[in-house]
Write a protein that binds this ligand. Structure first.
Ligand code: ADP
Ligand code: ZN
Ligand code: ZN
Length: 745
């Protein structure tokens, strides 16, 4: 085309906007052209925004006189190296999400706002003259300067530039003005070392079991400079972590770095502890959602400048900028929390980790006692190599699983007589007991004894959960919280609780086993990692004999004295509209079972159910997780669900149900149009209201797009989404595309 602008170096830049495009700018007048992956400030509309250079081009479709010049280069060295930038671009394409927003997700908040990634950080302080001026009430006419000076004077020493960015947006101009007047000055302080710790002495290494040795050998004999995905399928306690440690040691010894992803770092301090103990001289950084913005930035810097040789983190750590990354490990790869299920950019950190390993040409290890069916399928297809650890490492026997038929049992407050008598025996023998129930709160329902009223949430199609200790009713879907009524609000009769949650089970067990100390673990008890630590310590020390909890009890903790685990109700997972519910249930049962009998004594697992003949339960009990997976995969194949098909969900919500449906209908009509032209061999299912349609006063609906071919699905989505964005109906809804959705409502 003739009217293209040709310039020596044009910067193609991604900006944090919902627009599906990049923007071209002219490089700075002087100095070097910033490399791809660097952050800069650019004029955008009538403001200055931060963008990231995606590529250097020589031609632009924008006429030369319309091209703007960048305002400022932030990074002397790119934030993202080529491989990471490639990963981000891949993610934008695959999840059909605007690149600028993808990049913004990858950056810590302060880095997104322009904080320096240099190892040394900028700090500000008031000068003596500044303190004097402040005492005299200056400056009188510049409120921003006054606020900043006030903040600096109040600080015991200096204030971090990042802190100022967080507290006083736009403080820089004020700082420059104060500096000109001689009232404040900037300095450089060494980077905080909080994120980088090295401690403890290396443990004596255990002798590997044959299975472990074989796994380590196979992985370390493969070319370390070639992509290879390994599925490490090992039962709980079989020594997977020991294998991670050996492989990490090899990689670190070669001078390369290691990235370890875990589902929830709050629940796996043990893993961090084991890495730290094994590699006392290796600086590491931890990245998870519990960090403050400053801590997260510090950990990111440590990764970026290479001082951290090992990074452990949750979902978004898959984007951590590590130079010379030589090995990726994803522990508990089946865990749903690796998938971002909210917001616009709904990525799978596990899947992106595999892509990152592929781009880098390095090995990745996916570990689990209960691999996802997708991953097992990939192993069957030969994309991943499966290594199996079938025996527990430390001479422990695998637990015995037994079903308890609730129809044939006397049941009190959710506990069958057999469960209670078995618990009695284990307590008498000095064992510890774990009780799993997938509901928190006291009871899931509050009902009237006379008129049938049931406490509903005003904002959701849901019942409110009873919290008896706190005397509250709470909605688990929107957070609504109100007083616990003593009488029925419609007829005035007495109300009663129906069903049980963790709080009630704890109470019942306390009455059944007086004098026995009981600990509870769920999201209501544990809001911070130190509360988790406190519960864990009570259990690990043996002070608590019974631990009651939700999903949290099934994850990663090593309680050697637990001899009995009880699954109170398996049935919610058996009949569910979501095709993945069975997989989740089987995983939970196996994970809970993995907590029993890790010490010298074997363990027993009791599973209470009203459907003891259900094929899912029988296959699991007779043949273990492998047999279950085989049955479940056959069902998926027959029904045409993933991994035998590719899925995407277009999700919409609006204050009026009709608006959400109308939008999805309109989106479907566009799709039908393009399918008539023979462009897209995909199947559309819906739109349909979500199973719980109203949540927090918004009505949710979804349209599923399915194809047996990945490339067909993506060609379709790429053509479809830009058209959806222009629909008038789109303006009345919030919507998001979820590629490879984990939950279907
Ligand atoms: P997983 O990660 O598969 O659950 P771990 O690596 O945590 O298993 O191992 C379970 C327990 O067995 C841990 O206490 C660990 O220290 C121990 N262990 C692992 N490998 C060995 C081994 N080869 N010899 C003795 N003990 C081992
Ligand atoms: Zn009533
Ligand atoms: Zn609600």
């Amino acid at each position: 085309m003739d009217n293209r602008t040709v310039v020596k170096s044009l910067l193609r830049i991604a900006v944090d906007t919902p627009l599906r495009r990049t923007f071209d700018y002219l490089p700075p007048h002087e100095g070097e052209v910033p490399a791809p992956g660097s952050r800069l400030r650019v004029p955008f509309g009538n403001r200055l925004v931060i963008g990231v250079v995606v590529s250097i081009e020589s031609q632009s479709d924008v006429p030369e006189d319309k091209l703007k010049r960048i305002s400022e280069v932030i990074d002397a060295h790119p934030v993202f190296d080529d491989a990471l930038l490639k990963l981000l671009c891949w993610a934008g394409d695959y999840y059909h999400h605007p690149l600028g927003e993808v990049i913004a997700t990858a950056l810590p908040k302060l880095a997104r706002e322009g904080a320096s990634l240099a190892a040394r950080r900028e700090v500000w302080a008031a000068t003596a003259a500044g303190r004097e001026a402040h005492r005299a009430g200056e400056p009188t006419r510049a409120p921003k300067q006054r606020r900043l000076l006030q903040r600096l004077v109040a600080a015991p020493q200096t204030v971090d530039a990042d802190t100022l960015t967080a507290e006083l947006p736009g403080w820089r101009d004020a700082a420059r003005a104060l500096a000109t007047r001689g009232w404040a000055s900037a300095a450089e302080a060494p980077a905080p070392s909080a994120a980088i710790v090295s401690n403890a002495a290396a443990a004596v290494l255990p002798t590997l079991s044959d299975e472990q040795a074989q796994a380590v050998e196979r992985i370390s004999h493969a070319d370390p400079a070639t992509f290879h995905a390994w599925l490490l399928h090992g039962i709980t306690g079989s020594g997977k972590t020991e294998i991670y440690l050996r492989l990490a040691a090899d990689t670190l010894a070669r001078g390369r770095r290691v990235l370890v992803l875990v589902p929830e770092i709050g629940l796996t301090p043990q893993l961090v502890g084991r890495f730290a103990a094994r590699f006392p001289d290796v600086p590491y950084a931890v990245l998870h959602s519990g960090l403050t913005d400053g801590e997260r930035l510090a950990a990111w810097r440590a990764a970026h400048d290479g001082s951290a040789r090992l990074v452990l983190g949750t979902r978004s750590a898959v984007f951590a900028p590590l130079p010379d990354l030589g090995l990726l490990i994803v522990d508990e790869e089946h865990d749903p929390s690796f998938k971002q299920q909210e917001g616009g950019f709904r990525y799978s950190a596990r899947d992106l980790a595999v892509v990152r390993a592929q781009i880098l040409g390095v090995p990745i290890v996916l570990g689990s006692a209960t691999p996802s069916l997708e991953t097992l399928h990939n192993a069957t297809l030969g994309r991943y190599t499966r290594l199996t650890l079938s025996r527990r490492a430390a001479a422990a026997r695998p637990p015995v699983l037994r079903l308890l038929d609730l129809r044939a049992e006397r049941v009190h407050a959710g506990l069958s007589t057999t469960a209670v008598t078995t618990m009695q025996q284990h307590l008498a023998d000095g064992g510890q007991i774990l009780v799993y129930i997938n509901r928190r709160g006291y009871a899931p329902t509050l009902a009237c004894t006379a008129c049938g009223w049931i406490a509903p949430c005003q904002a959701c199609d849901a019942r409110m959960t009873v919290y008896r200790n706190a005397a509250r009713l709470r909605c688990h879907h929107c957070g609504a919280d109100r007083d616990l009524p003593r009488q029925c609000p419609t007829c005035g009769y007495a109300v009663k609780t129906v069903g049980q949650g963790t709080e009630r089970v704890e109470e019942t067990l306390g009455e059944t086993f007086p004098g026995v100390s009981i600990a509870r673990l769920d999201r209501d008890v544990v809001r911070h990692s130190d509360e988790l630590e406190a519960v864990m310590t009570r259990v690990a020390s043996g002070a608590a004999r019974i631990l009651v909890g939700t999903q949290m009890v099934a994850k990663g903790h090593d309680f050697p004295a637990v001899t009995l685990a009880v699954v109170l109700n398996a049935d919610q997972g058996l009949f569910n509209t979501d095709f993945r519910a069975a997989e989740r249930l089987a995983q939970t049962i196996v994970q809970v079972a993995g907590r029993a009998g890790r010490g010298e004594r074997g363990g027993l697992v009791l599973i209470q159910t009203e459907y003891p003949e259900h094929p899912l339960l029988t296959s699991l009990l007779d043949g273990g997780y492998d047999a279950f997976a085989k049955t479940a995969l056959e069902e998926r194949r027959a029904a045409g669900w993933p991994p035998f098909a590719r899925l995407a969900a277009l999700r919409a919500s609006a204050l009026q149900a009709a608006h959400a449906i109308a939008f999805l209908e309109a989106a479907r009509a566009i799709a039908a149009e393009s399918m008539r032209r023979g462009e897209a061999p995909v199947r559309l299912l819906g739109p349909a209201p979500a199973a719980m349609a109203r949540r927090a006063d918004r009505h949710h609906a979804q349209l599923l797009i399915e194809s047996t071919e990945r490339s067909a699905l993506h060609r379709f989505l790429a053509a479809w989404l830009p058209q959806i964005e222009t629909l008038p109906a789109a303006r009345r809804v919030r919507y998001a595309l979820d590629v490879d959705p984990l939950e279907l409502f």
